[in-house]
Design a protein around this ligand. Structure first.
Ligand code: HEM
Ligand code: HEM
Length: 333
């Protein structure tokens, strides 16, 4: 039915689109023919000049009435060109920066050496939630990047059959892991927001290059300014990809049309690739980039000297709390 109703528009469009007709005939209709133009033809002319072709259908789905939507071309160009460049430069550039940093600065060591005494940094709930978010994020990132770059990078290597299977299961994983990821982000916000409110010390931390550039260790509480950035990128960026992502999973929600869907896709994909780049730096510093850092999310216990160098104010606070606690009391795990 939809096809039947749209057919006259399609025939007219194809006829007008024959060489030179669209521009010439529509811009300057022959003087004699002007009076003979019907209301329908005028409407069609208006739509063609706007580049959008829309008909009428009896289907409940209003989207099926759109035959040609010029913004779709701009959106395709965004996906194939802009996103590929932004993603390629952000992710590739960050990897190059980290390799250069590792070669130049090397692994950041605990200057005073390991003390052999430890202090509890994260409890089991905090660690389990961190790893749930991290695992979901890495799989969401890889399956998402497959949609952006897979056809160019993976398909030529693995062949069409394997690529089809990877993309199909990848898409299913992407849809389902969205839910534990969202849950983890909300829990992360509740657990850590109180220690991540920006304050004056953060400016000082940045002024001193965070101890990453140059020597010395700026004072910091439970989270330093760099970690606060990681926290807000994770929670606010995570919220933005989640909202835009759910709009893509459940399309044409409420009054949303094609233009809004395209916007949701642009927001989702751009924020995602920028987040992936930022998280590469976080993963580097939380693993091979700094001695003693991984333990915080591994066993939950960090070396006392590491803690004093990177979070001196937090250590003082913890020690005061321990001294004030009744004898024999242990910090809760
Ligand atoms: C609640 C979380 C999320 C939801 C609901 C979600 C949903 C979606 C949906 C529906 C698509 C479109 C798939 C298609 O074209 O068939 C998509 C694409 C994509 N997602 Fe997610 N996603 C989420 C989180 C993430 C995260 C955390 C990342 C990055 C780490 C990410 C990266 C991407 C990328 C790169 C694309 C492909 C863009 C493209 O080239 O078209 N997503 N996502
Ligand atoms: C293999 C990957 C990862 C490793 C090795 C890693 C490691 C770590 C470590 C060691 C910490 C504790 C640092 C401290 O003592 O304060 C931490 C904290 C944190 N991680 Fe991860 N992480 C990984 C992936 C992720 C991902 C993918 C996300 C988010 C999507 C994330 C978000 C956070 C946040 C918000 C914090 C608290 C703020 C901070 O300390 O920077 N992590 N991570």
């Amino acid at each position: 039915m939809r096809r039947i109703l749209l057919a006259p528009f399609m025939v007219l469009f194809l006829a007008l689109a024959a060489p030179g007709l669209i521009g010439g005939a529509l811009a300057q209709p022959a003087a004699g023919a002007r009076g003979a133009i019907s209301a329908e033809e005028l409407e069609l002319q208006r739509m063609l000049q706007g580049g959008r072709i829309e008909g009428r259908t009896t289907l409940p789905d209003a989207q099926s009435e759109v035959l040609i939507q010029p913004a779709g071309k701009a959106w395709r160009d965004f996906h194939n060109v802009t996103l590929a460049w932004v993603g390629g430069i952000a992710v590739g550039g960050m990897l190059l920066i980290l390799i250069a940093f590792y070669l130049g600065r090397g692994k950041i060591m605990v200057e005073g050496g390991l003390s052999g005494r430890t202090i509890q940094r994260f409890n089991l709930l905090e660690r389990a939630n961190h790893w749930m978010v991290a695992t979901c994020f890495i799989i969401l990132g890889l399956t998402g990047l497959n949609l952006t770059f897979g056809r160019h990078l993976l398909l030529p290597i693995v062949g069409p059959e394997a690529f089809t299977a990877i993309s199909l299961y990848g898409k299913i994983l992407h849809n389902f892991l969205a839910f534990p990821f969202t849950l983890g982000i909300v829990l992360m916000l509740l657990l850590w927001v109180k220690d991540n409110i920006p304050n004056g010390r953060d400016i000082e931390w940045f002024k001193q290059g965070g101890g990453l550039i140059g020597k010395g260790h700026p004072k910091a509480g439970r989270f330093n300014a760099g970690q606060k950035m990681v926290f807000w990128i994770t929670t606010l960026g995570g919220a933005a990809v989640a909202v835009s992502g759910y709009l893509l999973i459940f399309p044409f929600w409420g009054e949303f049309g094609v233009a809004e869907m395209q916007l949701a896709h642009i927001v989702h994909s751009i924020i995602s690739v920028l987040m992936i780049a930022a998280m590469l730096a976080h993963i580097y510093i939380g693993s091979i980039g700094m001695q003693g850092a991984f333990d915080a999310m591994g066993t939950g216990q960090v070396d006392l000297n590491w803690a004093k160098e990177h979070h001196s104010l937090w250590v003082e606070e913890q020690q005061k709390r321990e001294a004030a606690a009744p004898r024999g009391a242990q910090p809760a795990e």
